[in-house]
Ligand binder design. Structure first.
Ligand code: ACO
Length: 383
């Protein structure tokens, strides 16, 4: 074995593990392309349904293809009574990500095509998961609030229906638009930890639902998807005061951050393994947050946002990642904080399953090596 083969790269940092045609992250130009299209353009002009099809098939759909998919997606939104019963059996003390993880597994067990990994079957399964996960997320949030579930509406698009099932009222078009933007930005991001997890599972020739179930587990952690919840917990720790001026809120947030950094705390929503000069998705999500701050009339949130960002920039030159503007956006919309990462799940199902299909198409078992650093060989006494 050569020396380069035994070089240990902690966290696989800088390791190029495979090819992908799903998305391209370029930290130098601060750009993110889905199948060649800049994510900002997609967020500005497309629905989540169009982006999902783009990620799965490689092309933006024609009107006919979109209509055909939309009809299928709407037909698979409702939860089966069996799945509802399983969700109901889970304690409300568990994290909503545990509910998503369980639901993905149950949807696999219920799918007659679960073991069929042909491209056609995998696409159908991906689309059914994409259609059903919003209902899981909303059903769970409502049951935790002691509210009756809200059935999906076939006359609403993906994002409008998502908000309808969550809150039981039709959302303002501006809110639907901001939510749609967040879903598109969360949909895909190359070989992040959860997508790589999905690819590892797929590489053993396991099934799509197993890959997604494992990916949900990987996304749950605060170093990955869980950060959007942690961001809002920081805001709540700081205290969100509706009557505070943005300038006062900013000063308070700056002071809080300086103290936190002096105490060597890691602040969720900042930093990124790949982007060291800023996350390509943040400007688009921040613009959506600004629109929501105006819509809901909560300028003090902008003060907190700016204060934390400025203090982090001045002290460590570390930039926000997508979770930083996404957290307060979801909070303004009325989602409970523990529901934020499940929203990420609903969006990322598209990227995960696109990668599953790509992995199946050119599979090689993912099995890295390790450099042993335990005790030298020794023997059981008397053996
Ligand atoms: N707060 C404070 N310091 C930070 C932060 C942060 N959020 N992020 C990085 N740093 C510091 C580290 O302490 C370290 O400093 P040191 O060299 O003095 O020890 C240096 O920056 C490098 O940080 P690493 O953690 O080694 O960088 P890495 O590339 O491994 O980490 C990561 C990237 C895990 C995302 C990190 O920035 C982090 O923990 N951020 C907070 C969690 C988060 O927001 N995750 C969301 C990721 S994006 C997404 O999932 C959509």
């Amino acid at each position: 074995m050569t020396e380069s083969q035994t070089e240990v790269r902690k966290g696989l940092a800088g390791v190029v593990a495979d090819y992908t045609a799903v998305s391209k992250v370029n930290p130098e130009t601060n750009s993110l392309l889905y199948r060649g299209y800049p994510v900002q353009e997609l967020a500005a002009s497309c629905s989540m349904e169009q982006v999902a099809l783009l990620l799965w098939t490689g092309e933006l759909p024609t009107e006919e293809e979109l209509a055909e998919f939309t009809a299928r997606e709407r037909a698979h939104r409702a939860l089966t009574p069996e799945l509802k019963a399983i969700v109901d059996a889970l304690p409300t003390t568990c994290h909503p990500m545990d509910v998503c993880r369980t639901a993905a597994s149950v949807l696999g067990a219920q799918d007659p095509e679960a073991e069929d990994s042909s491209p056609e079957a995998n696409l159908r399964k991906a689309q059914k998961l994409f259609a059903a996960m919003p209902a899981v997320v909303c059903y769970d949030q409502r049951r935790r609030r002691g509210q009756e579930p809200v059935a999906p509406r076939e006359d609403l698009g993906y994002s409008a229906n998502f908000l309808w099932m969550a809150f039981g009222e039709e959302a303002d078009p501006a809110v639907v638009e901001a939510f749609n933007v967040s879903m598109i930005l969360y949909a895909e991001h190359s070989f992040n930890a959860s997508t790589f997890t999905a690819r590892v599972v797929t590489s053993t020739l396991s099934d799509l639902h197993s890959a997604v179930t494992a990916a949900i587990g990987a996304l749950k952690g605060p170093l990955h998807g869980g950060a959007n919840e942690a961001v809002m917990e920081t805001f709540e720790e700081l205290g969100i005061r509706a009557d505070e001026s943005p300038a006062d809120a900013e000063a308070r947030a700056k002071a809080w951050m300086e103290e936190a950094l002096a105490a060597k705390k890691k602040i969720m929503g900042f930093g990124h393994r790949v982007y060291k000069h800023g996350d390509s998705r943040v400007p688009t999500m921040k613009a959506a947050l600004d629109r929501m701050i105006d819509h809901y009339g909560r300028p003090e949130l902008l003060g907190l946002y700016n204060g934390l960002e400025k203090a982090m920039g001045e002290a460590k030159d570390i930039k926000p990642n997508l979770d930083y503007p996404a957290g307060p956006t979801y909070w303004l919309m009325g989602f409970d904080i523990p529901t934020f990462t499940p929203l990420f799940v609903a969006a990322r199902i598209t990227g995960w399953t696109a990668h599953v299909m790509e992995q199946v198409a050119a599979n090689s078992l993912i099995r890295p090596l390790s450099e042993y650093n335990g005790p030298d060989e020794r023997h059981v006494p008397g053996a």
